[in-house]
Write a protein that binds this ligand. Structure first.
Ligand code: KPL
Length: 298
């Protein structure tokens, strides 16, 4: 089977990075732009280590009419539904739609409004940031997991992904992978946003470290109730290891707060609280953080 052609919505750091890496791996890519009259190629400058590469990425306006066979959505969680709406006229029941956003629950409007849509999910810890609108830095290699709840075997389009990204694999249990990432984000992101600190402070500051442990206990209880006992057991250790390996990072939520952007709290802690409420589990610490992040005004 020939490589799929990916249309990419959300030309931020991760969207541009994945577009570049897929193109370099031989897949066809087109960036979808929302600005009018943007039906041409975009020049992207990609940096990694000492290397700089210039790439031409074909672009197309969301409003165009040509059908989209494979759509990769790399927007913030709160933009996913509107972004897909903007190209829904180009999708059909054979289109494969891969959602790569933080948190969970952002797909609900799509499931309701487009029951025919073939939705796939992804999480990534690739580190990339934007130096200028079309200039990105691939700062650290991470893991990318792709999958679809209930689909153990890789989708036919998956073949080009491990060529594009060094550590990319198909998750036989994607729901669990999404929960694992959600649990980590719940333990790290709100605390770093409220205390305006890098991830590593959550280990070095004893008061914050104690808060992380207490949060993990609550999150683990919700994971268990949701059926992910294995995640619950290893959560403290996993969170500590992520804090250590990303010690120098500013979490995505802290960056959102600092840039006065909306945060993804509704899809991270908000999702956890909704599941906890359904199971009658008390989560006072997570509730306090939820309210705290909301009070930051984003
Ligand atoms: O995913 C992250 C985020 O910032 O959203 C972590 C793992 C916390 C790394 O910063």
């Amino acid at each position: 089977m020939s490589d799929a052609h990916w249309h990419i919505l959300g030309a931020g750091a991760i969207g541009c990075l994945f577009a570049a890496r897929l193109q370099q791996a031989g897949a066809g890519v087109t960036l979808l732009l929302r600005e009018p009259a943007s039906d041409e190629a975009v020049e992207l400058l990609l940096e990694q280590g000492e290397q700089q590469q210039r790439l031409q990425l074909p672009a197309s306006n969301c409003l165009a009419q040509s059908p989209i066979s494979h759509l990769l959505v790399c927007t913030k969680a709160y933009d996913v539904a509107a972004a897909v709406d903007s190209v829904a006229h180009r999708l059909n029941p054979d289109s494969q739609v891969l959602l790569l956003a933080n948190g969970m629950g952002f797909d609900q409007p799509l499931v309701q409004n487009y029951p025919w849509m073939q939705l796939y999910y992804g999480t990534t810890t690739e580190g990339a940031y934007r130096l200028a609108p079309r200039h990105i830095r691939h700062a650290g290699r991470g893991q990318t997991r792709l999958g679809r709840p209930g689909q153990e075997k890789p989708a036919p389009w998956f073949a080009s992904w491990p060529r594009a990204l060094q550590h990319c694999h198909w998750e036989a249990d994607m729901e669990q992978a999404l929960w694992a990432k959600l649990a980590i984000n719940c333990a790290i992101n709100p605390l770093t946003a409220i205390h305006q600190c890098r991830n590593g402070e959550l280990e070095h500051n004893p008061q914050l470290a104690a808060q992380v442990s207490a949060l993990c206990a609550e999150i683990a209880a919700v994971c268990t109730a949701a059926g992910y006992t294995g995640l619950a057991t290893g959560l403290q250790r996993e969170v500590q290891s992520v804090i250590r390996s990303t010690a120098n990072n500013q979490s995505s939520m802290l960056q959102d707060v600092q840039n006065a952007r909306p945060t993804e709290i509704d899809y991270i802690t908000g999702h956890l609280l909704a599941v906890a409420a359904r199971h009658g589990i008390a989560t006072p610490r997570n509730s306090t953080l939820f309210t705290g992040v909301k009070a930051l005004g984003t």
